[in-house]
Design a protein around this ligand. Structure first.
Ligand code: SAM
Length: 623
């Protein structure tokens, strides 16, 4: 018997085996055991949406969007992906977007078992299983097949999904259990929301031919036909919205300029370039990753709130996305050693207790550990327990920026200090201090704490700069951990003979170079929270190396990602802001780059409405 669980955990579906065939018992139905599920999927959903032909007609850098009710095992998704790969083999840049909703998701191990039933889908299935998100409520974006297939998987109810997600479907797979078993999925409300995500020429197919569903779809504007069903099923429905014939959607962006080659700017540049967009990446420094993203080590860390509200959901989604995102760069600039968030004092211990009492996170994302287990995981003795994030770790941010910026579609211009940004003939003109000019169809300002000065609005934006000083600890003088340890500050594992600790959080200090006081603060904090780190006395701060960077944050400490608005709330056409990532840029940037990549290229958004609202630029104005 399944018991209701605390947020953000989802109630999983139960997988059972009957006569050697995987089935879910959730609705007393058998959804995997259709005699030949794959043949049925191909007949009903792929065939009756005419996907092979329509896939071939998608423009070269365009995209095609399939939306589905009920993800289940992902069989329909995998079959559509296999068909896409057949019709649009790599290195084609067109993208298949698949948007699906699941209220009772399968656990990863059950998904793996169920999908082993279709050996011909194994290449796609293996990649899906590898990227399958933890079962937490919300929207998960999976970037697959090198970005040529993007899955937006909403864990929740379809009514919420269709209200909160932003996309326009080319084809609908109306799957789900028979209307008699699961009427909630076929409510008129759900069907009318579907039309809001359709356009002339959007097609649909569904295995059911129930009269009520047919009438609802027809009332909503679909031209519906009853056609022969699969196998022993007599009939099914196929339809087209507001008659028309469209195959996929064209790419919108022309040349996109990004100002700022830190982690946010380089990730967005890479994201757009991978989608086939030409990018001009500008920075005043001589190379990428030279300011706030220039530290030799940075932790993949975000502190999750006690309440699972939109802010926490945003942070948890970003954390899980970033852990998946960096995987291809493992042991290049990404080191997934795990991360321990220590309960460094009574107040933090009580916060963590409340956090654990009120939330039920899957262990693949985080688990609570006592001091003994924490010491084993950290590889050095620690005095308290904490939260263990097995999929986190640390990055070499400067390396990451430099590698991400290397792409044939990215043109970099370093030493380009932007003096003005002005609209000119439906483009933006970007003038440098030395009088150079360049033009772009869209501009993203990702200039960290310099961003406010670059935005062409008269009002002051609520962005502030925070000085952070790190200290490098030589391995000869310290016992360094095997995993990242975060308390009030963080300590990384050793890399190249030393480990980075820090950083200070100085709101009123503008000193651009490391100071003795900064090193002293970092060492004292380390001594207080992790006394076992010191091999004897602490070294003279005079002898230590370090670095200072200025991080940009907002008044509410949430990042900003979206189209720039003026004080009246009007869009500044094709001008976007991506900044305010504070000291958590390594976690925020992959998801926010994916989101802005979606927005700029007119593709389905990876974030639901309530989360997008938290990121809007309008909140930067005081009134
Ligand atoms: N398309 C799936 C596949 O390819 O394996 C099969 C889908 S199965 C027939 C229907 C799915 O819809 C089940 O996984 C079920 O948990 C899900 N579901 C049922 N009611 C739902 C609702 N109200 N919102 C979201 N998902 C729902």
């Amino acid at each position: 018997m399944l018991s209701p669980c605390l947020p953000p955990a989802m109630e999983p579906a139960e997988l059972v085996w009957r006569d050697g065939v995987p089935e879910s018992t959730r609705f007393g139905d058998v959804y995997f055991s259709r005699d030949n599920g794959l043949a049925e999927t191909r007949y009903v959903f792929i065939g009756h949406n005419e996907l092979p032909d329509r896939f071939r007609q998608v423009p070269e850098t365009g995209h095609f969007v399939i939306a589905e009710t009920g993800f289940g095992t992902g069989l329909n998704f995998l079959a559509a992906w296999a068909e896409w790969s057949k019709q649009r083999p790599a290195p084609d840049n067109a993208i298949l977007h698949f948007v699906s909703v699941e209220r009772f998701p399968l656990r990863r191990q059950d998904l793996e078992k169920a999908l082993s039933y279709w050996p011909e889908l194994q290449p796609q299935a293996a990649e899906l299983i590898e990227s399958y998100p933890p079962l937490i409520k919300g929207t998960h974006r999976l970037v697959l097949a090198g970005g040529r297939v993007r899955l937006t998987l909403y864990f929740g109810d379809i009514l919420d999904a269709w209200k909160d997600l932003t996309f326009t479907a080319d084809a609908w797979f109306l799957d789900g259990f028979a209307p008699s078993l699961n009427p909630g999925m076929w409510l008129d409300d759900a069907i009318s929301l579907i039309t809001g995500h359709s356009k002339p020429g959007t097609t649909l197919a569904t295995f059911t031919a129930v009269g009520r569903v047919r009438r609802s779809l027809a009332d909503a504007g679909f031209e519906i036909a009853k056609v022969p069903g699969f196998g022993r099923k007599r009939e099914m429905l196929a339809g087209v919205y507001a008659s028309g014939k469209v195959s996929g959607q064209p790419q919108r962006a022309g040349i996109v300029a990004i100002i700022g080659a830190g982690i946010a700017g380089t990730l967005l540049a890479r994201n757009l370039a991978d989608r086939g967009t030409r990018v001009l990446l500008l920075d005043q420094a001589p190379h990428a990753g030279s300011a706030a993203s220039g530290n030799p080590q940075g932790a993949l860390y975000v502190k999750l709130g006690v309440e699972y509200n939109t802010q926490t959901e945003l942070a948890a989604t970003a954390l899980s996305f970033s852990q998946r995102f960096y995987r291809p760069w493992q042991n290049q600039f990404w080191h997934p050693t795990g991360l321990l968030q220590l309960a460094t004092d009574d107040q933090e211990a009580s916060r963590q207790q409340r956090f654990c009492d009120r939330n039920d996170y899957p262990e693949e994302l985080l688990e609570s550990v006592d001091a003994t287990r924490a010491s084993e995981l950290a590889g050095i003795p620690v005095n308290t327990g904490g939260l263990w994030f097995p999929g986190s770790g640390w990055l070499e941010p400067a390396q990451a920026c430099q590698q991400l910026a290397e792409h044939p579609m990215i043109e970099t211009r370093f030493g380009y200090q932007v003096a003005s940004l002005l609209p000119c003939n439906n483009q933006w003109c970007i003038r440098s201090h030395s009088g150079e000019d360049c033009r772009a169809d869209a501009v993203i300002i990702a200039g960290g704490h310099d961003s406010a000065a670059l935005v062409p609005v008269a009002d002051e934006l609520r962005l502030k700069s925070i000085r952070g000083q790190i200290t490098e600890l030589p391995e000869s003088d310290f016992n360094l951990p095997e995993a990242v340890i975060c308390g009030t500050k963080y300590l990384n594992p050793v890399h190249g003979g030393s480990a980075v600790t820090g950083a200070t959080f100085d709101l009123k200090d503008n000193t651009p170079h490391p100071t003795l006081a900064g090193h002293q603060e970092n060492l004292e904090e380390l001594q207080r929270t992790l006394p076992s780190v010191s091999k004897g006395g602490l070294p003279d701060p005079d002898q230590l190396k370090g670095r200072v960077a200025f991080r940009c944050t907002t008044h509410d400490y949430l990042p900003v990602a979206g189209i720039m608005l003026d004080t009246e709330g009007n869009h500044l056409e094709d001008l976007y802001l991506l900044t305010g990532l504070g000291s958590k840029g390594l976690v925020w940037a992959p998801l926010l780059a994916e989101y802005l990549g979606d927005v700029i290229s007119g593709q389905p958004h990876c974030l639901p409405m309530p989360l997008k609202k938290r990121l809007e630029t309008r909140r930067l104005y005081r009134n």
